[in-house]
Design a protein around this ligand. Structure first.
Ligand SMILES: Nc1ncnc2c1ncn2[C@@H]1O[C@H](COP(=O)(O)OP(=O)(O)OP(=O)(O)O)[C@@H](O)[C@H]1O
Ligand SMILES: [Mg+2]
Length: 241
């Protein structure tokens, strides 16, 4: 069975010369709950942008369930909630979801039903007919997550989904993501909340300066770094010795 995500020697040099990824190899097994941890500027969002065809890579290869990441089928398998919230300001909450479904080829009635379901799950009932600029910051984050899940992707990529999110939604979100994971969906998560990663992720990749430094379960990492917690691992792994 192919991995949900596989990168081979992935390298990204931005036009201004910034080396964001250098020979990056990582493989995320089908069905995994996988965490990508690293400091600001480590290359996490660049990696995700490469997987989702939002940037042109310098060299290397990305496969999604065995298919090239830029193929139509691979694109349809991925659901992305970006770190930067980008919503169409002229659409309502409901329209945002239904249009996204349409873009991914969902039948109208299916898209409408699914949009209702997502609105329920993310507690946006009171805001269904409201245009996105009138949402609060946390509500925009909720809508972004709902949109990412709308077309039932096999690989869900969450780039710091809980930044700026209230306690209740965090609980709610993790309950829902866990359920998705139990149903077989692969989850790729970046977060700066190490306890969150420790609790949720079966496997964790540590990334620094565009390179993979370690990849293991939280337990495995604790052992390898002779650490008592993932936070302790993180400090040891990221210290520039
Ligand atoms: N469009 C761009 N042009 C030039 N450099 C960029 C661009 N986008 C990102 N970078 C640089 O690439 C490096 C990796 O950035 P990236 O956004 O991938 O980090 P990150 O791990 O997601 O960080 P954070 O935790 O802050 O979100 C940084 O040095 C960043 O300044
Ligand atoms: Mg980022």
């Amino acid at each position: 069975m192919p991995a949900a995500l596989e990168t081979r020697s992935l390298t990204k040099h931005y036009d201004d010369g910034t080396v964001a990824l250098e020979g990056f190899d990582v493989s995320v097994p089908d069905g995994a709950f996988f965490g990508l941890l690293g400091p600001n500027g480590a290359g996490k969002t660049t990696l995700i942008s490469a997987v989702c065809n939002l940037i042109r890579v310098t060299s290397g290869e990305v496969l999604v369930f065995g298919e090239p990441a830029d193929s139509l089928i691979a694109r349809s398998w991925i659901g992305l909630a970006e770190q930067d919230i980008n919503l169409d300001r002229f659409l309502t909450v409901e329209e945002t979801l239904i249009y996204h479904g349409g873009y991914f080829g969902m039948e109208k009635h299916d898209a409408v039903d699914r949009a209702r379901e997502m609105i329920e799950v993310f507690d946006l009932r009171a805001k269904g007919d409201v245009r996105t600029p009138k949402l609060s910051g946390g509500m925009r984050r909720r809508l972004l997550l709902a949109r990412a899940l709308m077309h039932r992707p096999r690989l869900v990529i969450l780039d710091e989904p809980t930044a700026g999110v209230d306690f209740e939604l965090r609980q709610e979100l993790w309950r829902y993501i866990r359920k998705l994971h139990e149903a077989g969906t692969t989850i790729l998560l970046t977060t700066h909340y190490l306890e969150e990663a420790e609790e949720l992720c079966e496997e964790i990749a540590l990334i620094r300066g565009g390179r993979l430094i370690a990849r293991d379960s939280a337990d495995g990492l604790r052992q390898a770094y002779d650490a008592t917690s993932l936070a302790d691992v993180y400090v040891k792994a990221m210290s520039p010795t």
